[in-house]
Design a protein around this ligand. Structure first.
Ligand code: GLC
Length: 533
């Protein structure tokens, strides 16, 4: 163990479970901290930085996939779900991380990928070799092709990363053969969840990690897994990559809820552990179905992350996020970014305005009731890196789209820890993605020293949210506010005001607990939020 754990105000578990108001910190392990010098972050690196995460004040980590993988999609292509990839330090590194995190009262949640495996998973290798009609193929979606000689894909579904969602295999006898379904990359064949072996194996994986002490899971593509009977064509093939809407046949099929109920039954054997699902579903009623009491504990609501910096749009996103959980008494979740989404500083316009708005939005989300997910680097106000050279891009979307969609690497550039030039203490080697030289002013080392830094704002805001009674209550009440502004009140008494207009605005009565930028003559400047009590 390194330095001693800091004294932390206890979360009040007598009244509610820990995850109902937790601050989760998402670690993209490749990009967080490298303890091995190979230029790729690892679990030893995460462990080295636990003291920092404790200082930041978060309750739990969500670690993106670290299981054994050929890394065709940054680890979301899993070849062995019950082992840790040597790139990240192997099982020992995971056990050590769990132990030290718990010593520091930090929870660890892992990212599991039930919708698909890697094409290097032993099951898929066996399926490829076993031939049509075999039980091995029945764990996936193998189908004969259409058209003469079966040379056309079985249906018209596109892959999320571009191109068709089907790839043809060569049969063991060397002839062109069946096709297999992959909603994501060809290296990510979809599992057939109607096959009982698939569910049984996933249960084994859940218990494997829970028994090792993990506190829960982020469930990847939690609105996927179930497929419509007969795999019919989509009425209209949408060409947009990396997105889906509510009437997309590839997702959100009714059968998915039975799968979540089975997962929940396992989790209920471990009462402190939770699941949070990646649910890209817009309709509030259909979203709410995923967080019924016998399904997921939490589901990501992406509305805030998809909303521009506009008061009416933000109010609408909040109302909808609350409406999507209220009817089933589930917990709202808030997030501004993750490893799939352009960083908020850049979405809000980059430069000083982008940073100011991202800071204001942080106070807004931490002021709301529910759980908050912070993506690593957001606490440093990192922008997206949109000028990565073509030759370093690794997101499968880049190749699959024929170099028209650059993909998500721009939000995955490694974290700058210290020093004046790249790789800023991230690694002693060559970082897997180049880091901008002008991040010297954004390092953790620099920002820890500055009271006005984004990191200091995060620390203060998370701390206040933890200890102040004004944050109590599950609901918000909207306040009247001038055009371009919004204000809400929590039952405990906290008032959160945000100014998205172009002019300073008067604050309601009360004492300012924290503001995302200095007030101007007692007024709240544009692109700023404040908490009042
Ligand atoms: C999820 C992940 C994303 C990954 C995809 C396929 O959307 O967040 O990063 O590419 O699933 O597993």
């Amino acid at each position: 163990m390194t330095d001693a754990p800091a004294v932390r105000a206890p979360v009040d578990r007598t009244t509610q479970p820990w995850w109902r108001s937790a601050v989760f910190y998402q670690v993209y392990p490749r990009s967080f901290a490298d303890s091995g010098g190979d230029g790729v972050g690892d679990l030893g690196g995460v462990r080295d930085k636990l003291g920092y995460l404790e200082l930041l004040g978060v309750d739990a980590l969500w670690i993106c996939p670290v299981m054994r993988s050929p890394m065709a999609d940054g680890g979301y292509d899993v070849a062995d779900p019950r082992d840790i990839d040597p790139l990240f330090g192997g099982l020992v590194a995971m056990d050590e991380l769990i132990a030290e995190a718990h010593f520091r009262h930090l929870k660890i949640t892992m990212d599991l990928v039930p919708n698909h495996t890697s094409s290097e998973h032993p099951w898929f290798l066996a399926a490829r070799d076993a031939g049509p009609g075999s039980p091995e193929r029945a764990r996936y979606y193998f189908r004969d092709g259409r058209g003469p000689d079966g040379a056309e894909p079985p249906n018209n579904w596109p892959s999320i990363f571009g191109g068709p969602a089907w790839t043809r295999v060569t049969e063991p006898d060397g002839t062109p053969g069946q096709w297999y379904l992959h909603i994501f990359a060809p290296e990510q064949p979809d599992l057939n969840w109607e096959n009982p072996e698939v569910a049984a194996d996933f249960e084994k994986t859940l218990r494997f990690w829970l028994d090792r002490g993990v506190d829960g899971f982020r469930i990847d593509v939690a609105h996927g897994m179930a497929k419509p009977e007969g795999l019919p064509d989509m009425a209209e093939v949408k060409s947009a990559l990396l997105v889906n809407d509510d009437d997309d046949l590839r997702f959100n099929q009714p059968g998915v809820h039975e799968i979540h109920r089975r997962i929940r039954k396992v989790l209920d054997d471990y009462p402190e552990a939770i699941t949070v699902g990646e649910v890209w579903v817009n309709d509030n009623v259909r979203f709410s179905e995923y967080v019924r009491p016998d399904e997921l504990h939490l589901a990501f609501n992406f509305r805030l992350a998809e909303t521009e910096f506009d008061a009416d749009a933000i109010r609408d996103a909040i109302d909808n996020s609350l409406a999507a959980v209220g009817p089933v008494s589930a917990t709202p979740t808030w997030t501004l970014s993750n490893h799939d989404i352009k960083r908020e500083v850049t979405r809000y316009g980059d430069g000083a305005a982008g940073v100011a708005r991202a800071r204001a939005m942080l106070l807004l989300e931490l002021g709301l009731p529910g759980s908050v997910f912070i993506y690593n680097g957001a606490e440093l106000g990192l922008p997206n890196v949109d000028d990565l050279p073509d030759e370093v891009l690794q997101d499968p979307a880049w190749e699959r789209s024929g170099h028209t969609e650059r993909g998500r690497d721009g939000c995955r550039v490694p974290i700058p820890w210290e020093g004046a030039k790249p790789p800023f203490g991230f690694t002693t080697g060559q970082p897997w993605l180049p880091m901008p030289a002008d991040w010297a002013g954004l390092t953790v080392e620099t920002q820890l020293e500055e009271l006005g830094s984004t990191l200091s704002l995060y620390r203060m805001a998370i701390e206040l949210r933890r200890i102040r009674p004004e944050f109590a209550g599950d609901f918000i009440e909207w306040y009247g506010s001038p055009p371009g502004c919004l204000a809400f009140r929590r039952k405990g008494g906290l008032v959160c005001v945000l100014n998205a207009s172009a002019t300073p605005t008067q604050l309601p009565p009360g004492d300012v607990l924290l503001a995302s930028a200095p007030l101007e003559g007692g007024q709240l400047p544009p692109n700023t939020a404040a908490w009042l009590v």
